[in-house]
Design a protein around this ligand. Structure first.
Ligand SMILES: NC(=O)c1ccc[n+]([C@@H]2O[C@H](COP(=O)([O-])OP(=O)(O)OC[C@H]3O[C@@H](n4cnc5c(N)ncnc54)[C@H](OP(=O)(O)O)[C@@H]3O)[C@@H](O)[C@H]2O)c1
Length: 299
């Protein structure tokens, strides 16, 4: 049976290091890291995410600021708020919760966040730094950064000689994850919906990362014996065994059967999920240190 990688425990240790860095920054400069989270509309899942980000920011000793805007907010109004936050020296990180309601040009909003405050790592300046192998001066998007931290807990810093396969090529996750694995010297294959014979591509992976959004797609015979499996997918499926109308969360990997073959595997929930929010806090404290021209903590 595979070793189950505990994302909650790894995230807690990042949060504890972030809190220490935040307290030390405030002690040295009197400045608290400031994280502004902007949410537009009523989507309950987005509100739940934003609430937990706010709670975690407070736990880390940050100045946590939340802007809740109504659904009918215009592009110009949201842009004006982002401009104000960009100009506010007490705000070190800005996160606009996605998805925005349909009438917004989300990309224009995201790209208008100053790269040094883009704690989600979605600005093209930050994406470009990862693409050119500069992992030290930008902000790395949170889910790939958190997944990479889990990979490194198993394999160490240097992935030389290991084959990594990432299923999914989104800008949010797949592309930056592939680039981070490459920067750590893995030999990387990026797979997607047009990949031929995906199962045999995956069977070649010492490190298999699934970020597709299809419940339990990766089966036992896709997994190379003794591989490390990182499951990024979050899929809500019916769970009649829990009662009528009940649901549960599963990943993109068929966990029970893949666990019989892999050496290590992340569960869903409790794997990559908790890392995303921890890395958001890490990015905020890094941004605050840079704003104070102090050496940045490493996580
Ligand atoms: N844990 C977290 O905090 C976290 C954060 C972000 C995302 N996620 C989860 O990760 C999953 C992926 O997110 P995303 O934003 O990257 O999704 P996305 O933008 O929808 O991208 C999905 C990717 O999967 C590929 N794909 C779709 N069907 C496929 C198939 N049958 N075979 C192979 N590849 C296939 C797509 O290929 P094409 O490009 O060819 O269409 C695309 O590249 C979702 O479940 C999401 O909820 C979790």
């Amino acid at each position: 049976m595979a070793f189950v990688i505990d994302g909650k425990e790894a995230a807690a240790s990042v949060i504890s290091a972030v809190t220490e860095a935040s307290v030390s920054l405030e002690g040295k400069t009197g400045i608290k890291p400031g994280l502004a989270v902007v949410i537009v509309g009523e989507d309950p899942a987005s509100h739940a995410y934003v609430n937990s980000k706010g709670k975690m920011a407070k736990q880390c000793g940050f100045n946590s600021i939340q802007h809740t805007l109504p659904e009918e907010t215009t592009q110009e109004e949201l842009q004006a708020l982002v401009d104000t936050l960009n100009a506010d020296p007490a705000v070190h990180g800005i996160l606009v919760q996605l998805p925005l309601p349909k009438h917004f040009d989300s990309d224009a909003i995201i790209q208008s966040i100053l790269p040094e405050k883009d704690v989600d790592g979605l600005n093209i300046a930050n994406a470009g730094k990862i693409a050119t192998g500069d992992l030290d001066t930008g902000l790395i998007s949170c889910t790939p950064a958190g997944s990479m931290l889990l990979v490194k807990r198993v394999h160490g810093e240097d992935l030389s000689g290991l084959n990594a396969v990432v299923i999914g090529r989104s800008n949010l996750f797949g592309k930056p994850m592939g680039l981070l694995l490459l920067a750590a010297n893995a030999t990387v294959t990026m797979a997607h919906s047009r990949t031929k014979d995906l199962a045999s591509v995956c069977r070649n992976a010492d490190i298999l990362v699934a970020a597709v959004g299809r419940a339990e797609m990766v089966k036992r015979d896709w997994v190379k014996p003794d591989a490390t499996v990182i499951d990024v997918g979050i899929n809500r499926v019916p769970a009649p065994e829990k009662g009528e109308g009940k649901t549960k969360l599963v990943g993109d990997v068929a966990f029970a059967e893949a666990s019989e073959v892999a050496a290590s595997i992340t569960p869903v929930p409790g794997g990559v999920g908790p890392m995303t929010i921890a890395m958001l806090m890490a990015n905020t404290v890094i941004a605050a240190h840079r704003a104070c021209s102090l050496p940045v903590p490493k996580f």
